[in-house]
Each structure stands twice: as C-alpha cells, then as structure tokens.
Design a protein around this ligand. Structure first.
Ligand SMILES: [Zn+2]
Length: 450
C-alpha cells in the first residue's frame, strides 16, 4: 500500500498555497542557475605557443621536471617560490599533470600549469624578471537532473539502463546507485528486498566539470523508492545551515540510524557474537562479545556512529584497538587494526562513516579481520547483529520553519515525475514538530529482534 496524504484544515491549505508559490519560484531559480566560478582566463593576446604535457612520476618532484626541461636555476627557484604560494611542491600527487607553455622558436618558457587535482590548477606566469602564481578553480556547471523508473531486477541495472542518464559515465551512474543506497540503507536492503515493479524517482543536484565528470558535492536533493508498494522518501536538509546536511523523511524524522550496521563497506562475517565459542588460537571455550568481519589488510574501517575517540592504542589480544564513545553513552570497539586513521587519538571527534583505521591481524588474530563490539553505557555487551538500531535525531525544533519551506520545495521537485501522490503537506503544520529524540536514551532500540 502506498501511504496516502493526510487531511488538512483550511488555514493549513491557505498557508500551503503560499508556500507552494514560493517553492515553485525557488525551484525555478534552482533549475535555471548558470555556471559558477572562475573561468580559465586566456593569457593576454596569446600567440601560437608550444605545449609540453608531462605527468609527475612516482618519486619525482616538480623541481626535477623543471630540471629535465632544461630550465635554468634562477627560473627554477623563482617558479618554485611562486608555486609555494599556492601549494606545497613536496606534496604533489603522482600523476599530477604539468603543462609547460613555450614561446615559439626558442624564445623560452612563458608559463606553467600544474593541475593539483581535478578541481584546482596552479598557473605560473612570467612577470618581468620573476614568476607569479594564481590558483584557478576548474569551472563547474551545476544543474538538477530529474530521474525516475521502474525496477526489472536490480536497482543497479535500472539506473544503468535509465534513458535520462545515457550521457552519464558508467562510474558516475554507479555513484548514483551508491547515493541511493547510502540514503535508504537502513530502510531497504537493495541486494535482497528489491522486487520487479518497484519504482524510484529522485532529483539529483549535479556539479559537472568541463570533461563531463561529476564532482564531489553532487547529491540527491530528494528521493523516493517504492518497495513492494511501500513508499520510502528522503529529503536532504541542512539543519545548521553549515553545508553539513543529512536526510529526513517527509515527517522530519531522520532516515539515518545512529549506527551503521557494520564498520566495513564490504566484508564477510567470519565469526558471530557468542556467549561461548571455541577460540581459534587457544582452543578453549570463551565468549566472543563481538562480530568479526574478514577483509583484506588495509581495508578502511569506519566508525559506525558519531562520537569521540576514547582509546586508540595497543590492547593485548585485540591488537591495535580504537574505542569510540557515542552520544547515547554506548561504546563501539574496533580491534586488530594494522594502522590507525589519520588524527585518530583520544579526544578526536569522529563522524559516522569516518575512517578510523585499517584492517589488520594485530594481537591474537589468525587472519586479517576487524573485531567489532558494541557496549551499553554500563559496559554490558550488545550483539550488533541482533539489534534494532536507534534512530538518528529528527529535524531540530529551531530549524523547523525553514525545514517546512525547504522540504516542500524539494518534494515538489519529485512530483514533476510520474509516481504515487506525495503527501506534501504535513510539514506545514506547527504541531508536526517531532518530539525531541528519546531514541538515544540508554535502552533505546536495544531490544532484540528475535
Ligand atoms: Zn572477534
């Protein structure tokens, strides 16, 4: 069954009509946005120049490239000095593209472009006796794509076959599939629950470079997946207006859970939680108060929830161990790491999904895996596989007015696509403000499923 819209009283409908007018206006502005940021400026009155395209090889420095190109010492020094104003020449990535721009007929070097990454280029230009530098942002185009379709067998197959996305590269379409999975991972298991006839639709705000590739920052503004007749919706909203947005359902409840189901993106469960198991090394029976996920050494390990690192050190049999304390008082532990993530030490704040270390086999481990534990505030262990994960926080009360307006606007984007009717309007009601989260209370969600 598809959820049906609720009934509204007349004042709400009037407020709604106004809201929709504004929403449509904003929607129009959003769609007709023109390309942003710095266009590459041509060097003034450019005559014919000869370009020499180079790539930084492993272990090679920018200075070596300049030496190999027979650029004199004083020019080299001046170039490096100018470059340093924008970036560290010793921290350049392998494969960085460097373009030497020569005057024709042996008249010398007129400029150097160094692509630091896909979005930034340092342009060096001769200026009298020395060199000056500029940091140039690769121009991007922002637009919104409206995509909908039905499932034949898998979401992946459907997105790859979607006619609206034919211009998009394979890797970027795979990224869109990941975005849907990232948003709905707690509601739908896309590897198991998807059925023929399920439908999806979403509005994707896309940032595109001149070479057609999509840039980080691209994200779903709103999305819907109808699984066996049940509609799941998610709306992007930035509660603190600091660029750090997340997804809520049309009632303002978080679609996220306070914890990810596992600390690895991919990984095979190699040992489950048990009150008594035969220990693989010591050959004695002992409880195993966690879940082991086997994966290759070096695989990133993510913290499953927001929190603060309280321990990052060697701990006996568990080898290199990180412990994270979460806002509800729970602690998660990650053992046998080969290395800790950058900056991971006691006191470090971490966000759900942040890499805190890498898979290894330190301590008492027969092969590379992560030992993952969850404990309640009083230290009693939980079985992570047998847990209804507590909900993330709903839209905060102080952001509710902005949420009401923006969420209607974003859901309206979906209603331009074919699909079940969207209950737009619950958000306009004052009394729709959700109760403050009781979800992170001590026992929250700890009941087993069995
Ligand atoms: Zn274990």
């Amino acid at each position: 069954m598809i959820r049906t819209p609720r009934l509204f009283s007349p004042p709400v409908l009037i407020g709604l009509a106004g809201g929709l007018g504004i929403a449509l206006l904003i929607g129009h502005l959003l769609i007709s946005r023109t390309p942003e940021v710095g266009l590459l400026e041509p060097v003034v009155a450019a005559p014919a120049e000869r370009l020499e395209n180079l790539k930084l090889r492993r272990g090679q420095t920018f200075g070596e490239i300049l030496s190999n190109a027979s650029i004199g010492w004083s020019d080299q020094n001046s170039l490096l000095m100018a470059f340093r104003e924008q970036a560290n020449p010793r921290r350049m990535r392998e494969e960085s593209r460097i373009t030497l721009r020569w005057w024709p007929e042996g008249a010398g070097l007129r400029g150097v472009d160094v692509a630091l990454n896909k979005d930034e280029t340092v342009r060096l230009i001769r200026d009298g006796t020395g060199w000056t530098s500029d940091l140039i942002q690769t121009p991007i185009w922002i637009d919104t794509l409206y995509v909908s379709g039905a499932i034949e067998s898998t979401l992946d197959g459907a997105i790859h076959a979607n006619a609206t996305l034919t211009e998009m590269s394979g890797p970027n379409r795979a990224w869109v599939v990941d975005m849907m999975d990232d948003v709905f991972q707690w509601q739908i298991d896309f590897s198991r629950q998807v059925r023929e006839g399920d439908t999806y639709r979403f509005a994707l705000e896309r940032e595109t470079r001149p070479d057609g590739t999509m840039r980080a920052g691209s994200h779903l503004i709103s999305a819907e997946y109808v699984n066996q007749g049940m509609a799941y919706r998610a709306i992007w909203f930035d509660p603190n207006d600091d660029g750090d947005g997340t997804y809520y359902d049309e009632e303002g409840q978080s679609v996220r859970r306070a914890f990810l189901t596992k600390p690895l993106e991919l990984g095979r469960i190699s040992s489950v939680y048990s009150d008594s198991r035969l220990h693989p090394i010591h050959n004695i029976r002992r409880p195993h108060r966690g879940v082991d996920y086997a994966a290759a050494t070096g695989t990133p390990i993510m913290t499953t929830g927001d929190g603060v690192v309280v321990f990052a050190d060697w701990k006996g049999e568990l080898g290199r161990l990180v412990e994270v304390r979460h806002p509800n008082g729970w602690v998660t532990r990650y053992g046998h790491m080969s290395s800790f993530g950058q900056g991971i030490r006691p006191g470090t704040r971490v966000r759900q999904g942040q890499v805190i270390g890498r898979v290894g086999a330190t301590g008492g481990a027969t092969g590379p895996h992560v030992h993952y534990e969850m404990r309640m505030r009083d230290g009693s262990p939980l079985n992570p596989l047998n847990l209804v994960l507590p909900a993330g926080d709903p839209v905060p009360t102080e952001s509710w007015a902005r949420w009401a307006l923006e969420s209607i606007e974003r859901l309206t984007l979906l209603s331009t696509l074919e699909g079940p009717p969207i209950p737009l309007l619950r958000m306009a009601e004052e009394d729709a403000v959700p109760e403050a989260a009781d979800s992170l209370s001590e026992q929250g969600g700890a009941e087993g499923r069995e």
